[in-house]
Design a protein. Structure first.
Length: 224
């Protein structure tokens, strides 16, 4: 299956570089480029891509607001946003993930890792650059959103013991295969548990499951 991608960045040279890299892959098709957030939102609405590579700081509408609008549109539920930025401590990154982004990568990411990120996110997983994952998680735990935490905490009470175990392993960054090996269950069983977690907790994807786990205190920053 071909992964359809939109590239949004206000620097034409950067956009062209990403587009050339992606277009060179047989399973990826770049269906459009946008120079600001407003163009990105309009392009996504018309093209319905699988993945959007979204710069954070852009004119007219920044990547944060564009991400919020895309993630908040039910008709675009099949589109995933990956945030690309040069700033590993950018305040917008924290807010973009809260707004519904499914991944976050630094622009100095190796080409092969960027291609892998597109495929991982298109497949339904979340992806955050390893070097900033812990800091980002600590920020979510330190600055929880009260209303969201209260709702998620109530939802946690509906989880089975096994679902809580799966949520904890997801929050530690484990893949489905790693979870299956750790809990001695099949890969299909893990996928079923993750799907149920998304539904019960009202989460868009694994990135939001991680946020919920840390914000509600189910797992603490620095926990093994």
């Amino acid at each position: 299956m071909t992964i359809r991608v939109v590239v949004a960045d206000d620097q034409a040279l950067v956009r062209s570089g990403f587009t050339m890299l992606l277009a060179g892959e047989p399973d990826i098709d770049v269906v459009g480029e946008a120079g600001n957030g407003a163009e990105a939102v309009a392009l996504v609405a018309s093209e319905r891509p699988d993945v959007v590579l979204m710069d954070v700081r852009m004119p007219v509408m920044d990547g944060l607001e564009a991400t919020r609008r895309i993630s908040g549109d039910e008709s675009l539920s099949g589109t995933r946003v990956v945030i690309l930025t040069t700033f590993d401590l950018d305040e917008y990154v924290h807010e973009a993930l809260r707004a519904g982004a499914s991944g976050f990568l630094l622009k100095d990411t190796l080409p092969i890792d960027l291609l892998n990120a597109v495929r991982v996110v298109a497949g339904g997983d979340a992806l955050i650059a390893p070097k900033i994952t812990r800091r980002l998680i600590e920020e979510f735990a330190r600055r929880p959103e009260p209303a969201a935490v209260a709702a998620a905490a109530t939802a946690l009470d509906q989880l089975t013991e096994r679902e809580r175990e799966v949520l904890e392993t997801v929050a530690r960054g484990s893949s489905n295969a790693e979870i299956a090996a750790e809990l001695f269950v099949s890969h299909a069983t893990v996928k079923t548990h993750v799907s149920r977690l998304l539904m019960k907790l009202g989460a868009r994807d694994r990135a939001q499951l991680v946020m919920i786990a840390y914000e509600t205190g189910l797992i603490a920053p620095g926990a093994p």
